[in-house]
Design a protein around this ligand. Structure first.
Ligand SMILES: [Zn+2]
Length: 363
């Protein structure tokens, strides 16, 4: 055998081993963020304990509370005898791991904390993630029972708290829209109401959902919106949806429930209270009933992240939660808070109407 052949025989296996080592280190380092595992789970529908442990993270405001499991767990059962609860519970549904660069166990934490900066009141938060990256439709046992699992969770917490606020973006926003009739205030950014309308890159890199399961989302959103808008619920209940008007993906989702000029009137139009360009000063922003759609002059699907970067997210949320924050505010901090809201209102530009406009006022 020639020396060159010997060299090749040593080099090739060494190179393969080196590639595997680099890959192993890379995955190991990123495992903490759950990015690779969540993608793996999304495609194979295999249950990974490492991800399931991050499904729920409960953060009570009262640090004396020892009634719940300390760490994240897939099955946190609320302790019915707990006496440390705050009046308000936020339930945060995290979005796609691809968008946020890994599985976030405490998405929205910073923004929620800022909301209560000037308020005396405390709040508890239950952070939820979707280990299967499939619109929360996989329950912890992977039996496609996620909708029932999430709705029962929201329903139970609604009986334990004075008010429950749901918040989520993208696939997290989808579950917010599916459970909104059980909460007090629900805020969804760029929700995906029909996964079959997603483009191929989204379905590969974002979140893939089988057609049969996509039907579950469409039906539940319709039922939820109808319930809220018919005002048959015996308490106040509101759903705010924010979409980016210049994003083709968002427009496709919006057209599921809003008619455009060319299309016939959608049945679901009846379920909406208002469809408007985003205006932070609109009186619908702090409405406590109905389904309100807001269009932002933005081309980004990750609208909440963009708004956060330009310091417009907290003022927006503050408007939606105005009554809750106002009720609980300490008198001494009232002036400071008011000036903050005013400053924020001025900083938000009201954008011009676009030719792809899908707005319409329904009332
Ligand atoms: Zn407790």
């Amino acid at each position: 055998m020639s020396p060159w052949l010997w060299l090749l025989c040593i080099l090739i296996p060494s190179l393969i081993i080196l590639i595997f080592i680099v890959l192993f280190i890379f995955i190991k380092r990123n495992r903490g963020h759950g990015y690779f595992l969540s993608k793996c789970s999304a495609f194979t529908r295999v249950r990974f304990d490492h991800l399931e442990q991050r499904r729920q993270t409960y953060c009570p405001a009262d640090k004396k509370c020892q009634c719940h499991t300390k760490h994240s767990s897939s099955h946190i059962e609320p302790n019915l005898s707990c006496t440390h609860r705050s009046p308000t519970l936020y339930m945060s549904f995290a979005g796609a791991a691809m968008i946020v660069g890994g599985v976030k166990t405490t998405e929205w934490r910073g923004s929620i904390s800022k909301l209560h900066d000037h308020a005396h009141n405390q709040f508890d938060v239950l952070f939820l993630t979707d280990p299967a990256q499939c619109f929360y439709l996989q329950d912890p046992n992977y039996q496609w029972d996620g909708l029932k699992y999430c709705r029962e969770l929201v329903k139970l917490y609604s009986t334990l708290y004075q008010r429950v606020i749901l918040i989520g973006a993208s696939l997290g926003g989808s579950m917010v829209c599916m459970c909104a009739d059980l909460a007090t205030i629900s805020i969804a950014f760029n929700p995906i109401l029909d996964p079959t309308l997603l483009g191929l890159p989204w379905r590969i890199m974002g979140a893939y959902c089988p057609a049969r399961q996509a039907h579950v989302i469409r039906e539940q959103v319709k039922i939820t919106m109808k319930k809220i808008n018919s005002k048959t619920l015996n308490r106040d209940c509101v759903l705010h949806i924010h979409w980016s008007q210049l994003s083709a993906a968002d427009r496709r989702q919006a057209h599921r429930i809003i008619r455009s000029d060319e299309e016939k009137k959608s049945k679901q139009t009846k379920c909406l209270t208002s469809v408007l360009d985003f205006d932070i000063d609109s009186h619908f922003m702090n409405s406590l009933t109905g389904v309100h759609i807001w269009f932002h002059s933005s081309g980004r699907h990750a609208l909440a992240m963009h708004l956060k970067r330009v310091d417009q997210l907290v003022p927006l949320l503050r408007r939606h939660l105005y009554d809750i924050l106002e009720n609980c505010r300490d008198n001494t901090s009232q002036e400071g808070q008011q000036s903050n809201t005013n400053r924020a209102s001025l900083s938000v530009k009201i954008h011009e109407i676009d030719e792809n406009d899908v707005r319409m006022t329904l009332i």
